[in-house]
Design a protein around this ligand. Structure first.
Ligand SMILES: [Zn+2]
Ligand SMILES: [Zn+2]
Length: 223
């Protein structure tokens, strides 16, 4: 648990967290493109993908960012190349995406919806879990198409993970800031129990992007 004595201290901490990201060549590129692609590489039905898309859109709108969402209706990558023992290998996925970007000379943020477990380091992520590489602008969601997920579950999970992608790297319960009521439920609690984003987490994201605007002299937040 990280403690902050005032809202001001919290906002200033978040404002300054961009530094480590802006040193990363991928990060500066994907934020400049201002486009996020959703690649559906799962058997999830269209109505389910629509909820994922809605969650992502809602996250972008809540912070007021200039990012646009694109959702191609074809399978762009050949994921069978990076599946081992039934799991998608996170590291290989990362390499696949970054080398494709290099070839195509673009660097859009990419959100993948897959229906296999994802192996990352020693952990295997299963149904409803996700993995985000903020610097590279890549998120992997895994949903089990055989398990019934409520539309709200898909939407709230997508929203939560998009907030990670957009720079919020702490969960709601990991910080205590004097001045905010520790209001729960908040979408940024570990299990994303709600579509509501509390003021503390919203201020964190806004301050993060204000920091990026300040450092890059470019506009990201809608005025
Ligand atoms: Zn999380
Ligand atoms: Zn919160």
């Amino acid at each position: 648990m990280i403690r902050f004595n005032s809202i001001r201290e919290w906002k200033s901490y978040c404002f300054n967290t961009h530094r480590k990201y802006l040193n990363n060549v991928y990060f500066t590129k994907w934020i400049k493109e201002k486009i996020i692609y959703i690649f559906n590489h799962s058997n999830l039905r269209n109505e389910n993908i629509k909820q994922v898309k809605r969650g992502i859109e809602k996250a972008i709108a809540l912070i007021g960012l200039h990012f646009k969402l694109k959702c191609p209706n074809y399978k762009f990558y050949n994921l069978s190349l990076i599946v081992e023992n039934g799991n998608i290998i996170g590291d290989k996925m990362l390499k696949m995406v970054t080398s494709t970007r290099k070839r195509n000379n673009n660097c859009y943020a990419s959100i993948f919806v897959v229906d296999k477990p994802i192996k990352s380091l020693d952990a295997v992520l299963k149904h409803g879990e996700a993995l985000t590489y903020v610097s590279e602008g890549i998120t992997l969601f895994t949903f089990d198409p055989l398990k019934k997920s409520s539309l709200k579950f898909l939407r709230d999970r997508a929203m939560h993970e998009t907030f990670h992608l957009l720079g919020l790297n702490v969960h709601h319960e990991e910080t205590k800031v004097q001045g905010y009521k520790q209001l729960v439920p908040c979408n940024m609690e570990y299990n994303a129990p709600s579509s509501h984003l509390c003021r503390k987490c919203k201020d964190a994201l806004k301050s993060f992007w204000q920091g990026i605007e300040y450092a890059t002299k470019k506009q990201f937040i809608k005025s």
